[in-house]
Design a protein around this ligand. Structure first.
Ligand SMILES: *Cc1c(COP(=O)(O)O)cnc(C)c1O
Length: 416
């Protein structure tokens, strides 16, 4: 059985230099390329129509430096918990926040209102009643998008997609509750809540044409709903979910096609503005996980390299079931008096230090001659990577974190 080899990745010079210059004691390390992030975000913003607002879904990577670097290119930030609301409000003060996500507690909503959050993505009929009471008690007024779990035709989704909606799920209101929810927001029962429109984040991992088809269905459905009730439709938030191709990193989400499609959709619907809230496809590419090889050994006809660190720092390949794309950085210096271990064959599986067979970062990587002491740089580690990982399992040290910006000299900060 041969799995396809992980795709080779192009490493920016500043990232490569940082990964090689770090002393071993600072490995593993997360290296974030802020210049690349800015350039990517600017390119995304540039192909979106004016009436499309870009929010960043902070849960993909809430590092303050990342949130700040995205600042000039986004209208605001989508937060999915009280913790994220407080964190993002401190990292990028004064920027618009939209509070979404299921299971908002009264305490979280109250804290978000204290922070000045004035747009909420409401996930259920119960949450609407709770929000109404909490807002009314403060004599303020907030904007509401009703999040719906709309049925999506199977053709619009695809295999390998993480579906948040379209079938039974804890996310959003059932479409059958739509009329009652709109009536509740327009019959004077909740005077402190302003119905601004509809939100739908239905799937993650879709390429541009499929994501556009979903957006078209959502806008058509929202337009019908508003028309049926004779109420204005000010905003439709069609969510995030733009695909990141972990097996083919050079094959990026086609933002130009998506932006042009949104422009056509807006032309056909002159009323509302559209909002998107990507996470992964904005920040995945700017993050790198750098580490070194501790040992290389044969096992039942295959070869394994045990790396410093593992999926407790970079859980993405274990969570999504892929091989994380990587580049190998040979290091000729060897400081120890004992000889290095090295690969005999062509293909080496890159595992971490955890005592579980699930701790594999990439299988059967072409790595002829890989030696203990060589370094490995994993790409696409800027989203759902460090922050979704089970850091404390086995109590290994945490990675150090470094921000490189080709506009200036690499700068580094220890997280420990
Ligand atoms: C996670 C999430 C996003 C971002 O999804 P990506 O796949 O990272 O683009 C956007 N909106 C909501 C409601 C989410 O839960």
């Amino acid at each position: 059985m041969t799995a396809p080899a992980p795709a080779p990745v192009a490493v920016p010079d500043s990232v490569r230099a940082t990964a090689l210059a770090l002393p071993t004691a600072q490995l593993p390390a997360y290296v974030y390329d802020l210049a690349a992030l800015r350039a990517h975000a600017a390119a995304v913003r540039a192909v979106l129509p004016e009436r499309a607002e870009l929010y960043y879904a902070a849960k993909a990577n809430p590092e303050p430096e990342i949130l700040a670097a995205l600042g000039p290119y986004v209208t605001g930030y989508e937060v999915s918990s009280g913790g994220e609301a407080a964190h993002v409000a401190a990292a990028v003060p004064g920027r618009p926040l939209a509070f979404g996500g299921p299971g908002k507690t009264p305490a979280e909503i109250t804290a978000a209102l204290d922070l000045g959050v004035n747009r909420f993505h409401v996930e259920s009929a119960y949450e609407l009643r709770m929000l109404s009471h909490l807002v009314a008690a403060r004599r303020t007024r907030v904007g509401v998008l009703l999040r719906f779990n709309l049925a999506v035709s199977p053709g619009e989704l695809a295999t390998g997609v993480l579906a948040m909606g379209g079938g039974p799920s804890p996310f959003g209101l059932d479409p059958a509750q739509a009329d009652a929810a709109v009536r509740a927001l327009t019959d004077g029962s909740h005077p402190h809540l302003e119905l601004r429109g509809v939100h739908a984040h239905l799937a993650s991992g879709l390429p541009a044409p499929r994501l556009l088809a979903v957006a078209e269905s959502v806008v058509a459905w929202a337009t019908d709903l508003a028309a049926r009730h004779g109420v204005p439709l000010r905003e439709v938030n069609v969510g995030g979910g733009m695909a990141v191709g972990y097996t083919r990193p050079a094959d990026r989400f086609d933002w130009a096609v998506y932006g042009a499609g949104l422009a056509r959709l807006l032309d056909a619907h002159p009323g509302p503005l559209l909002r998107i809230e990507p996470g992964r496809a904005l920040t995945a590419y700017c993050g790198w996980y750098a580490t070194d090889v501790l040992d290389v050994k044969p096992s039942h006809g295959e070869e394994f390299a045990v790396l410093r660190g593992g999926t407790h720092h970079l859980r993405t390949p274990a969570a999504k079931g892929h091989d994380q794309p990587c580049a190998l950085l040979p290091v000729d210096d060897w400081p120890h008096p004992w000889p290095r271990s090295a690969a005999d064959g062509e293909l080496v599986t890159l595992a971490g230090q955890l005592c579980t067979p699930k701790d594999v970062l990439a299988r059967r990587v072409p790595a002829a001659g890989l030696r203990a002491g060589d370094r490995v740089l994993f790409a696409l580690a800027g989203a759902y990577a460090w922050n979704i990982s089970h850091h404390d399992f086995l109590m290994h040290p945490r990675p150090t974190v470094h921000y490189v910006d080709s506009r200036d000299v690499p700068d580094s900060t220890d997280r420990s």
